[in-house]
Design a protein around this ligand. Structure first.
Ligand SMILES: [Zn+2]
Length: 149
């Protein structure tokens, strides 16, 4: 903040000024906290991609990246961006995986059934809560020992 140069005189104006400064400080603090919360949202989280061949790819969630996975069943482009993961492109017929919301929390999963591709987020240590957050249309509940939504 650069000073505007306006000198505040009088008790009332002084109080207003103090409140204004307090508000600004609070706003700055909240903004800072928000940035910190975002930056530290998921330290150490990993994006785990498993394809139909049994190949596993691991990407850090906090680093933007793009991974193209091609198997005999098809191709999926997985994108990590701003701490979230989504499937940018796929050649599967339904496109459910492409339309799926991006995921960012440990335990969340995007599945491409036709290409047998599974993208999930691991906490990296222990705190996977086992909640599967997928569309009803592409949730193969029987394949996973977890709770669908
Ligand atoms: Zn798909």
């Amino acid at each position: 903040m650069t000073g505007s140069g306006s000198k505040v005189k009088g008790r009332r104006q002084g109080l207003t000024s103090i409140l204004l400064i307090a508000a600004l400080l609070l706003g700055g603090l909240l903004g800072w906290a928000g940035i910190q919360a975002y930056a530290n949202a998921h330290p150490g989280h990993l994006v785990i991609i498993t394809d139909s061949e049994g190949m596993t790819y691991e990407l850090p969630l906090d680093r933007d990246a793009q991974q193209v996975i091609t198997t005999p069943l098809g191709t999926n482009t997985v994108v990590v961006e701003g701490g979230r993961v989504h499937i940018e492109e796929a050649d599967c017929p339904g496109q459910d995986c492409v339309e799926h919301d991006s995921i960012s929390n440990a335990g969340e999963t995007i599945i491409c059934l036709p290409n047998q591709l599974v993208v999930t987020i691991s906490a990296g240590d222990s705190s996977v809560d086992g909640v599967l957050n997928t569309d009803d249309s592409n949730a193969p509940a029987s394949d996973f020992d977890t709770i669908a939504r």
